[in-house]
Design a protein around this ligand. Sequence first.
Ligand code: DGP
Length: 117
Amino acid sequence: MPEQETIFHKIASGDAQADIVYQDDLVIAFNDANPQAPTHILLIPRNDELESLNDASKSDEGILGHLLFAAAKVANQVGIAEDGYRIVINTGAAAGQSVAYLHVHLLGGRDMTWPAG
Ligand code: DGP
């Protein structure tokens, strides 16, 4: 049992519903319930061991790389790759991480401003 079971643990295990747009043997991608852009997709590892990027070790390089690879694949699949998109990994309270389960935000479909808020 994880220290704190989140909604993403339940989505990963199939115990909670999500609007899944892509999945493979390592990751699941689904629409964010509170979208901040016309396209806002979250990618999570199926393996629920990482609460955030802070927990990652050398042995997690594979899944971290795969999350980004899958995000680019999904961006292409949903038609935002050509115009451009943003990848965000909120890590910790100061960055606004609200769900203690490593996740990648894929945002697109509008012009983005910089610096991020
Ligand atoms: P963060 O603030 O980086 O931890 O992002 C968490 C995101 O998760 C936030 O954009 C809203 C989204 N979210 C929270 N609960 C649910 C849910 O039950 N389903 C879906 N699809 N997204 C959720």
